[in-house]
Design a protein around this ligand. Structure first.
Ligand SMILES: *[C@@H]1O[C@H](CO)[C@@H](O)[C@H](O)[C@H]1NC(C)=O
Ligand SMILES: *[C@@H]1O[C@H](CO)[C@@H](O)[C@H](O)[C@H]1NC(C)=O
Ligand SMILES: *[C@@H]1O[C@H](CO)[C@@H](O)[C@H](O)[C@H]1NC(C)=O
Ligand SMILES: *[C@@H]1O[C@H](CO)[C@@H](O)[C@H](O)[C@H]1NC(C)=O
Ligand SMILES: *[C@@H]1O[C@H](CO)[C@@H](O)[C@H](O)[C@H]1NC(C)=O
Length: 330
C-alpha cells in the first residue's frame, strides 16, 4: 500500500513538473512565428535544429536570446559559423520588434540583400552581417535605426557607394564596411561620436572629407582603397587616436607639418605619395607599429624613441630617407 502511495506521489510530482515546464513556454507567439519563417528562408539548416516549434524559443533555441530590456521578447539573434547554411535573410526578421542585437556571421552561403524590413527594428543597437555572400548596396534605410551604435557589414559583396544618410546615424560609435566592393567617395559629416571607422579593402576614391578631421577616432582604417589628396587632418596634437592605417592609397600630403596625437600606437602609411620628412616629434610617441615605406619622404630619420626599433622595411622605398635603420646620411 505504502509503495503504491509513494509511486502515485512521484507520478503526481512528475506530471506537475512536466506541466509547469510546458507552461513555461515564455516565447512570444509572434516572435516564434517570425523565427520559424527565418529558419525556413535559411532552408532549415542543421545548426538550427533546436528551433523546434514545440519548445520554448527563449530557453532552448540556439542563438536566440530573450529578455533584458524586454521580458520574454526576443532581443538577440545570433546565427553564425555554418558553411552548410544557404539562403537569404528573411524579411520576417523585421517582425522581431524588440530585437537589439542581430548577427549573421561566417555564413559563406548566405546570399541576397539586406531586407528593407530591418528598418522597422527601432530598438536595434548592433547589426553585424560579417563574412557572408550578402550583396547589393549598403542600404540607405539603415539610417532609420536611430539607436544603432555598432554597424559591421565587413567581408561581404556589397557594392555601390556609402550612403550619405549613414553619416547621420545619431548614435553610431563603430562603422565597419571593410572588404566589400564599395566605390565612390567617403561622405561628409559623420557624427562626432564615431570612434571606430574601418572602410579598408574597398574601391573608394577621391579625397576624404575635411570633416573627418573633427572626429576623435580611436581607430581609423582606410587602407587598400584609391583615396587621394590630403589626410593630414586625421592627425592633431589634441586627438586621442590610437590607430591610423592609410596604407595602399594615393594620399599626398606633407608629413613634416602634422602634429602627432600622443596616444598614437599604430601608424601605417605605406604605399602613398607622402612628402616631407620625419620630424623629431616622432621620437616622443611610444609607437608599436610604424610603417612609412613606399612614399616620397626625405631627410634624416631622427635618432631616438622607438624609431630605431623598426627594421628598414618600415622606411624603405622613399625619395631620400637616410640614417638608422637605413644607410647613414651623406
Ligand atoms: C555553398 O556554396 C558553394 C559555392 O559558393 C557551393 O559549392 C556549395 O554547394 C554550397 N553549399 C550549400 C550547402 O549550399
Ligand atoms: C588643444 O587643446 C588645448 C588645451 O585644451 C587648446 O588650448 C588648444 O587650442 C587645442 N588645439 C587645437 C588645435 O584644437
Ligand atoms: C613640407 O613642409 C616643410 C615645413 O613646413 C617645408 O619646409 C617643406 O618644404 C615641405 N616639403 C614639401 C615637399 O612640400
Ligand atoms: C624636417 O624639415 C623641417 C623643415 O624643412 C626642418 O626644420 C627639420 O629640421 C627637418 N627634420 C629632420 C629630422 O630632418
Ligand atoms: C611595411 O610595409 C611594407 C609594404 O607593405 C612591407 O613590405 C614591410 O614588411 C612593412 N614593414 C613592417 C616592419 O611592417
Amino acid at each position: 500500500m505504502d509503495k503504491t502511495k509513494t509511486l502515485l506521489f512521484f507520478l503526481f510530482l512528475f506530471t506537475l513538473l512536466l506541466t509547469t515546464s510546458f507552461s513555461k513556454n515564455l516565447c512570444h507567439k509572434d516572435d516564434k512565428k517570425a523565427l520559424l519563417k527565418i529558419k525556413r528562408s535559411l532552408n532549415n539548416p542543421y545548426s538550427l535544429s533546436t528551433w523546434d516549434p514545440s519548445t520554448d524559443c527563449c530557453s532552448s533555441w540556439s542563438g536566440v536570446h530573450c529578455g533584458d530590456d524586454f521580458k520574454y521578447r526576443v532581443t538577440g539573434l545570433f546565427i553564425n559559423s555554418d558553411d552548410k547554411l544557404s539562403g537569404h535573410i528573411s524579411p520576417e526578421v523585421g517582425d522581431l520588434t524588440y530585437l537589439e542585437n542581430l548577427v549573421f556571421q561566417y555564413l559563406p552561403n548566405l546570399t541576397g540583400k539586406i531586407p528593407p524590413t530591418i528598418a522597422k527594428l527601432k530598438y536595434l543597437v548592433l547589426l553585424w552581417v560579417q563574412s557572408t555572400n550578402v550583396a547589393g548596396p549598403v542600404p540607405g534605410f539603415l539610417s532609420q535605426l536611430k539607436n544603432l551604435q555598432f554597424l559591421d557589414l565587413s567581408n561581404n559583396k556589397f557594392s555601390g557607394s556609402i550612403p550619405t544618410s549613414l553619416s547621420l546615424l545619431p548614435n553610431l560609435l563603430s562603422l565597419n564596411l571593410k572588404g566589400n566592393k564599395l566605390t565612390g567617395s567617403i561622405p561628409e559629416s559623420f557624427q562626432r561620436k564615431v570612434l571606430y571607422l574601418d572602410l579598408s579593402h574597398n574601391h573608394l576614391s577621391g579625397s576624404i572629407p575635411k570633416s573627418l578631421g573633427k572626429l576623435h577616432f580611436y581607430s581609423i582604417d582606410l587602407s587598400w582603397n584609391k583615396l587621394e589628396g590630403d589626410a593630414s587632418m586625421l592627425f592633431g596634437a589634441n586627438k586621442t587616436t590610437y590607430d591610423i592605417d592609410l596604407s595602399r592609397n594615393k594620399f599626398q600630403f606633407n608629413l613634416s607639418r602634422v602634429k602627432i596625437p600622443s596616444t598614437l600606437d599604430h601608424l601605417d602609411l605605406n604605399h602613398n605619395r607622402i612628402t616631407g620628412n620625419i620630424s623629431a616629434q616622432w621620437t616622443e610617441v611610444p609607437l608599436s607599429v610604424f610603417n612609412v615605406s613606399y612614399n616620397k619622404l626625405c631627410g634624416r630619420i631622427p635618432n631616438g624613441g622607438n624609431l630605431q626599433k623598426f627594421d628598414s622595411s618600415s622606411y624603405f622605398h622613399n625619395k631620400c630617407l637616410c640614417g638608422a635603420p637605413l644607410k647613414s646620411c651623406k
